[in-house]
Design a protein around this ligand. Sequence first.
Ligand code: NAP
Length: 474
Amino acid sequence: MVIVGSGFSGIAMAARLAQQGITDVVILERADDLGGTWRDNRYPGCACDVPSHLYSLSFAPKPDWSRDFATAQEIWDYLRDCARRFGLLDRIVLGADVVDARWAGDHWSVAAADGREWTAAALVLAVGGLHVTKRPDIPGLGSFAGPILHTADWPADDGLTGARVAIIGTGASAVQLVPALAARVEALTVFQRSASWIVPRHDRSWSPQRQRRYARMPWTARLARWATYARLEVRVLGFGRWDRARQVAEARSLAHLAAAVPDPTVREALTPRYALGCKRVLLSDDYWPTFAEPHVTLVTEPIQAVEPTGIRTRDGVLHQVGAIVLATGFDPAGSYSRMTIVGLGERTLSEAWTRGRATHLGIAVAGFPELYLLLGPNTALGHNSVLLQIETAIDHVLDALRRADRSGPHVVTQAAQARFGRWVRRRTRQTVWASGCDSWYLDEQGRNVTLWPASTVRYRLQARRSRDRDYRRA
Ligand code: NAP
């Protein structure tokens, strides 16, 4: 098998195969180290907003997380440790930038940019959704005289200490970055297009006693994981039609805002204008309080252009800064479109997806035999850990591989894919994501191509088996 990508999905897939004694596996990684998003995102303050208990693989528990919400570095270390523990290091080919993969009748032929090639009976795209960075289309951005940094492309020495810095964007990355950067810059100007819903994070460190207890009695860690899972899973109700759940969360968030920001004008500007949950709900204790600091300014006036010395807003004001940070997110479609994937009838994945990223359960695509996606379209979550989804999809792939061993390569049927698409559309209409806000969850046509519109239990029940009736011989 060829796995493209060595983030959580790729490492977990290879680890599960290793557990089953399947070692004829190669993981192709474009970068010079494994780790996916946790290798790439090195911005100050970067951490996970999903509790550590759940942001780890169910079959590779870690009793000694340092805190409830682990830092990017600690998660990256965990992932590298998993690769070591499951003997995967010598199966990872670093610097292999996959640009082309073709179905050749009974196998995949995969090529990297430098001309190296691999063949495999099955191809798993574990490329993640959030690594092709989105640079805003702001006039004059290229003319800026100082450095422009993106949160997902952070240099080891950013040179920002004591500088006057602008941050564009107020999403999940920005709420972590803003307090961390505010602590060491001369002035910080945050350009907000939409205010974010934020709830308190209440992060706490894990005491040595707690870590020892989890190590000595793993069942206590499993119990804590289950309790965390249940606490997060009920939040799925808030994304559906249960307005009451959402109103409670909104009231909690606004109370947090009122306590954090004494200035009524700033508070008003930081108040979100859409239903909670329509965009990702953010967790932070220190983002809103940062705006009470004298050297931190919130700008809500739209950006007109970037000039060599700063950012000019529509009201004519030039905000002079020495550096600009883009916390403007990612292009989820870019993960796939940067590769040419050719399936049956010489059709490319881009051609198959001209009318949206259609899949079966976010895992298989009609016309592409023995091709599997992990964390594919419509499998991400707004309420719980995506690792749960990845593990379910891996079970599906393992099931499909057993069928291929028994009776040759298969491909998902058009009917199964269409049925899944109809179900996603129907379900999405009943969720808060269809309530009118603009988010990266939706594509250019306003279709939900990102999120799983139900509970993780439902995904597990629906997707963990690869049902014969949904597949046909290729
Ligand atoms: P994001 O959520 O897409 O936020 C991008 C921000 O940039 C938004 O505030 C957006 O404003 C703003 N923006 C984009 N283009 C702009 C423009 N031309 N002018 C002004 N503002 C502009 O990106 P992100 O914060 O990097 O997060 C992306 C995803 O990564 C998250 O949703 C989450 O899934 C993941 N993430 C997770 C964690 C974690 O702790 N697990 C941490 C960071 C990121 P609008 O809202 O108005 O579009």
